[in-house]
Design a protein around this ligand. Structure first.
Ligand code: SF4
Length: 428
């Protein structure tokens, strides 16, 4: 029996795909083990969003070789798609498989081949199905992939090259997996993709997908993962206001609060439009958790551009933001913008630090709105004597209880704040 392990870098979509790939190995021939348990084969689902992601892959390859010098490594996914030959030359790497074929990884590995395999065909534009259900034994919430690829071509981003153009999963195939995941006890599903607001299969939209999922009896919560600002249908916010199964949560990447930088990034909205959308959402759904992403140090970002970003983030009713340092990508259009000056590292770190501190403060402000209120928490696990879980508004809540709360959705009175979490007690 071959011992196979999986390792995932990068985004939620990669996690969802690893869970699906893993199901293909549930056979007599393989035993799925931890990557530290001397596996014969390791499948690494790679990421190429930043330079760090690239270096992480190389470091992991070296680590896997130290664990088992004979290990055979399959590098699959985004970095595999765009850095083909470089990856195949790494020691112990026997397969480099791009995004178009990675779901067939079990078949690819089972073919006896002495020579290393490079399988990175061009990614098509057709809608798709997924052959397995991504059961995830380690988590209560499960990811449900509904879309892949992107047509937006933001100038800093390599994703349209690594993941291909936008395409949607067939509607019935989404429902089939959702039924199986919810029946298996995954009561919260997180809709994932690269640009999920552009979902469209025949005449089915993202709102239609949500409506169909809401009818599944074992599914209690539907959460939308990151969604682009210009793609959010008004009905989505209306649905959240009605306290449906759709979580009151939106993570909407801003990237910059300066119109000049947004234009250079090829983002198709202005800071004022983003501002307007966030304020409207907050008015319509008063307790909604609104989060965002910001890139610091985009080439040519002036002090004044950065201050505009800072001010916008300070003023808006956002609960948190993720701060990313700009990272040059070979295939992205910024690689061909020599007129925009790179920003020195020290300035990027200093600006990032200011934004991260602001984000921490904003989270506290957001949490304070919930003190004294009762919210329903979907409990996940017990840790250091407390049970913890999430509200639909993405607040991590800790509750001291001797009862088994695992996978239960219970009302909790929120009474305190403990760093990045809130403290509560089970309500009567
Ligand atoms: S919307 Fe922009 S940043 Fe997001 S995946 Fe598409 S090109 Fe990349």
């Amino acid at each position: 029996m071959t011992k196979v392990a999986f390792y995932t870098f990068g985004c939620r979509l990669n996690q969802a795909e690893t869970a699906i790939m893993q199901q293909g190995f549930a056979s007599q021939r393989y035993r799925v083990v931890d990557y530290r348990d001397k596996p014969d084969v390791v499948v690494v689902n790679t990421c190429t969003v930043t330079e760090n992601g690239d270096a992480d892959t190389r470091r992991l390859v070296n680590r896997l070789r130290r664990i088992n010098p004979e290990v055979k490594i399959a590098l699959v996914g985004c970095q595999a798609q765009v850095q083909k030959e470089q990856l195949l030359s790494l020691p112990n790497v026997h397969w480099v498989v791009g995004n178009a074929r990675k779901m067939e990884i079990e078949h690819i590995l089972s073919r006896e081949n002495e020579t290393p395999q490079l399988i990175t065909p061009t990614i098509g534009r057709e809608s798709f199905t997924i052959p397995f259900t991504g059961f995830d034994e380690r988590h209560k919430r499960a990811n449900l992939k509904i879309q892949d690829g992107c047509d937006f071509f933001c100038s800093f981003c390599e994703i349209p090259y690594a993941r291909g153009r936008a395409r949607s999963r067939e509607f019935e195939d989404i429902l089939k997996e959702a039924r199986e995941l919810s029946a298996a006890g995954h009561h919260e599903l997180v809709l994932t993709g690269i640009n999920i607001g552009t979902y469209g299969y025949k005449d089915v939209t993202l709102v239609d997908v949500i409506s169909a999922l809401e009818k599944l009896p074992d599914l209690w919560r539907i959460r939308i993962s990151s969604i682009e600002p210009t793609t959010i249908a008004g009905e989505i916010v209306e649905r959240m206001a009605q306290k449906s199964k759709l979580c009151r949560y939106l993570h909407i990447p801003l990237q910059s609060g300066s119109d000049a930088v947004l234009r250079a990034m090829n983002r198709n909205y202005t800071a004022a439009e983003f501002d307007e959308f966030i304020r409207t959402a907050a008015r319509s759904v008063p307790e909604i958790c609104l989060g965002t992403d910001v890139i610091v140090g985009f080439p040519g970002e002036t002090e004044a551009d950065f201050e505009e970003t800072y001010r916008l983030l300070l003023d808006l009713p956002l609960a948190y933001f993720h701060v990313f340092s700009y990272s040059a990508r070979e295939h992205a259009r910024t690689a061909r913008m020599p007129e925009r000056e790179p920003i020195p590292r020290e300035i990027i770190s200093e600006r990032s630090k200011r934004l991260r501190e602001l984000s921490l403060r904003k989270r506290q402000v957001y949490y304070r709105k919930f003190l004294g209120k009762t919210e329903r928490v979907l409990f996940e696990q017990q840790k250091d004597g407390s049970w913890n879980g999430l509200t639909d508004t993405y607040i991590r809540v800790k509750v001291a209880s001797d009862a088994d709360l695992s996978n239960r959705l219970l009302p909790v009175a929120l009474e305190g704040i403990d760093g990045q979490a809130m403290l509560g007690r089970l309500a009567d």
